[in-house]
Design a protein around this ligand. Structure first.
Ligand code: ZN
Ligand code: ZN
Length: 157
């Protein structure tokens, strides 16, 4: 994978670069992500917020979660394409919308969350790490992702 990832919004007014690799990529099947994407699920890629450089005008909308956490979400001021979100839940990390990356071919989700809310036609791969709702402990999740990656590497050899 390239050292720097780059991406842009739908209209091209906002561009960004990320100078480190993602920590983990998730698929979220919750109703809120379905609404935001206007589609079947949302995807997010955790990156270190200090490694993200954005150019162009963004607008911010703060969604307050059911548990009272504030989740600011940043979109292109021109076309409205969501670029990334931040959250009290994951300090230090930005949730990048991986579909806005220039190169999306190598994206592989590490985990599926809120699978209990998935649309009826969606089949989550059986061997995928998955949570019925939201994982409560981000450290546990990261540990599980590391384990999962090690397992996959074992299988491949
Ligand atoms: Zn735009
Ligand atoms: Zn969601």
């Amino acid at each position: 994978m390239a050292d720097t990832m780059t991406g842009a919004c739908n209209c091209g007014a906002v561009t960004y670069s990320v100078k480190s690799e993602s920590v983990l990529t998730y698929v979220c099947h919750c109703g809120n992500c379905q609404k935001r994407s206007g589609s079947a699920f949302g995807m997010g890629m955790f990156i270190q917020v200090d490694d993200l450089t954005v150019e162009g005008d963004l607008t911010c909308w703060e969604r307050v979660s059911d548990t009272g956490l504030t989740n600011p979400r940043y979109s292109c001021a021109t076309c409205g394409n969501v670029i990334c979100g931040l959250g009290d839940y994951t300090p230090g990390f930005a949730k990048l919308m991986p579909g806005t990356l220039q190169d999306t071919r190598d994206i592989r989700p590490d985990v599926h969350i809120w699978v209990g809310s998935a649309q009826g036609w969606v089949t989550v791969p059986e061997d995928a790490l998955q949570y019925y709702e939201q994982p409560t402990d981000i450290d546990e999740l990261l540990r599980l992702v590391v384990e999962n990656l090690a397992k996959a590497a074992e299988k491949a050899t």
